[in-house]
Design a protein around this ligand. Structure first.
Ligand code: ADP
Length: 412
């Protein structure tokens, strides 16, 4: 049986979907993770245990562990595991993105530098050490950590006072134990860049031999003006005019070339500014959270299957997304506290066009909103004839769901 290595983060949302896709395609999964032999239910056999902190060391160890099993491909599922996978694939001579490109995609500073060097329009930006008062005068701007994701630590500032406050807040986040444990030198610096106005869009794509196939273009109908940038609604197909959609695809294709990405899934976020589409970021992985479940291709093919098929060399021309409109609502965490109960889930599930409502947060878990938080309360999915009705259904469902939290007692 052919085998594929999946490099999976300990608490990744998508691990099960990738494992299910492999099983549907009849491919054996060799799992690798930072689980320290703590066997999660989804894995039938213990995964290769790695420490991701040093991506190169993790990749060397992974290559050593799996080479005798002759896997056909090595895949990661998020920013960090994609880098480990690319490095290990390079060692074993398997198809892969250039690791330097995957590393650049993961670093917001390197991405900006590569995009600018290629002559693409980027906002003015500066990388500043956390302990310096930056000489930045271009407002509004946003402050971002260099390697976190999911809008974590991304804060808008409209003047110098707000900028100082924002940097202090990001600094505290970067010092918090779950982030600081990465011991990444990038945790000592932040990116400041001009705020780009305009509606946002997200492009899900697959690179095949450096050619970008657009799998889906999502509109984000909720305005994202800050000060924090909570992702909520994603709806596809896009309602923007065809010319705008083409311009987005062109910008992303040029962006991938500038960063050096050539193979596999990409997820790009853009602002449709008055001067044209502007790339916020291109990640060398597919969409995060459970959002990929909003997508279906051809006859019931999932996003994860499509990615695996490509990795195994059989998706030169990926099937198009289904004809129907689809969307996902990332249920945001609005209030900090210990989760006691989630109300209204059944009620939300009964809204016409809603296909599923999944609560991914656990009871008694502490919920942390953005900009510090790193997770969602859950996800709601809808399908319908038009993006308008999908959006309306998701809004209706979201309004019915309420997280009941109690304040966490201070540690004595
Ligand atoms: P992450 O990888 O954490 O998602 P992004 O760079 O994609 O980081 O930023 C997250 C969100 O913050 C974006 O989707 C957008 O809403 C907002 N944002 C980031 N940079 C800018 C910018 N330069 N101008 C306007 N909004 C921005």
């Amino acid at each position: 049986m052919p085998s594929v290595v999946l490099v999976l983060p300990r608490s990744g949302y998508r691990n099960e979907d990738f494992i299910a896709a492999a099983s549907k395609l009849g491919v054996e999964v060799i799992a690798a993770s930072d689980v320290c032999h703590q066997l999660a239910d989804i894995w039938e056999t213990a995964p290769v245990s790695l420490r991701f902190r040093d991506a190169q060391a993790a990749a060397d160890e992974l290559a050593r562990e799996v080479s005798s099993r002759k896997p056909l491909a090595i895949l990661g599922v998020d920013d960090l595991t994609a880098l480990v996978a690319a490095l290990a694939a390079e060692k074993l001579g398997l198809p892969h993105n250039p690791p330097a490109a995957v590393a650049a995609a993961r670093s917001k500073a390197q991405s900006r530098e590569r995009l600018r060097a290629a002559g693409l329009s980027v906002p003015r930006f500066a990388v500043v050490p956390l302990n310096e008062d930056p000489d930045w005068r271009d407002f509004p701007c946003v402050v971002k950590p260099l390697t976190l994701s999911g809008s974590r630590g991304v804060i808008r500032a409209d003047d110098r006072d707000q900028l100082r406050t924002a940097i202090k807040r990001v600094a505290a986040l970067l010092r918090s134990p779950d982030v600081a444990e990465r011991r990444d030198p990038d945790l000592g610096r932040v990116l400041i860049e001009q705020f780009i106005p305009g509606p946002e869009a997200a492009l899900e794509g697959l690179l095949v031999g450096a050619h970008l196939h657009v799998l889906a273009l999502f509109d984000k109908p909720d305005p994202l003006d800050g000060p924090f940038f909570e992702e909520t609604l994603y709806v596809t197909p896009s309602r923007h005019p065809a010319a705008v959609q083409d311009a987005v695809a062109r910008a992303v294709s040029e962006g991938c070339a500038a960063i050096g990405l050539r193979e596999g899934p990409i997820h790009a976020e853009l602002r449709l500014s008055p001067d044209g589409p502007r790339i916020l970021e291109i990640a060398a992985r597919s969409i995060g959270g459970l959002c990929g479940r909003a997508l279906r291709f051809g006859v019931g093919v999932t996003l994860e299957e499509l990615i695996l098929r490509h990795a195994l060399g059989s998706a030169a021309d990926p099937p198009p997304r289904e004809k129907r409109a689809a969307g996902v609502l990332m249920l945001p965490i609005r209030k900090r506290g210990v989760l006691e109960e989630v109300r209204g889930v059944e009620d939300a599930s009964r809204v016409p066009l809603i296909e599923d409502v999944l609560i991914t947060a656990h009871l008694r878990e502490e919920l942390v909103p953005l900009p510090e938080g790193a997770s969602y309360l859950g996800f709601a999915f809808a399908r319908g004839e038009t993006p308008e009705e999908v959006e309306a259904a998701l809004r209706k469902a979201g309004a019915r769901i309420e997280a009941v939290v109690t304040p966490r007692l201070p540690v004595a």
